[in-house]
Design a protein around this ligand. Sequence first.
Ligand SMILES: [Zn+2]
Length: 217
Amino acid sequence: MTETKPGRRRPPKFELVGGNVCLDFINTLDNRPSAKPKELLTSYYELARFGEDTGILTAEQLDYFFERVHLMPDEAAEAMRRAINLREALYAIFSAVMNQKTAPQLAMDRLNANIHDAALHSRLAQREGRCEWRFEDLKSSLPAMLWPIARAAADLLGSSDLALVRACSSPTCQWLFLDSSKNHHRRWCSMQQCGNRAKARTFYAKKKTAQRFSISD
Ligand SMILES: [Zn+2]
């Protein structure tokens, strides 16, 4: 008897506010500047969920990985090590660029190794009058879902959009995003999260000042 897999789509787990998959990937270490950063990629299952949320993996590919991952614990652990190494290399490179510094060579070497790996498995395909990179063997190995992330990072780092990469103004957040707003004055990763919290802080600070003045008057 064959078991039919429902074509389910899980509810999104990751907040995708980066405007580019490689920036969303960097943001999977939450509260990075704080004393206790929160790791959102705690296992290969979470990494694959990130793949589904961002559209790197289809629901069917995710099911395939979910079935295989517990059979291949060593490969899953190695894929996670590579994922975290890539993520931290990307963070080092993008934060160096934002601060007009030279990125650490080790980070560049790690990204280049991933780009090389991605290039071996991608080809340029035509679609609706233009060309795009396609990865056709994303199910071939557990780290395969890192290829599109490395590719996206390479494209962004080599494009004029690089000047639009910003860090959220909240000192405890600093998630990265691509500021594609009209005037390029976006300050927050998301208005719902950090923007509203900052607004509330300003509101209470003003209220407290107003109270102080009313007492002394
Ligand atoms: Zn933020």
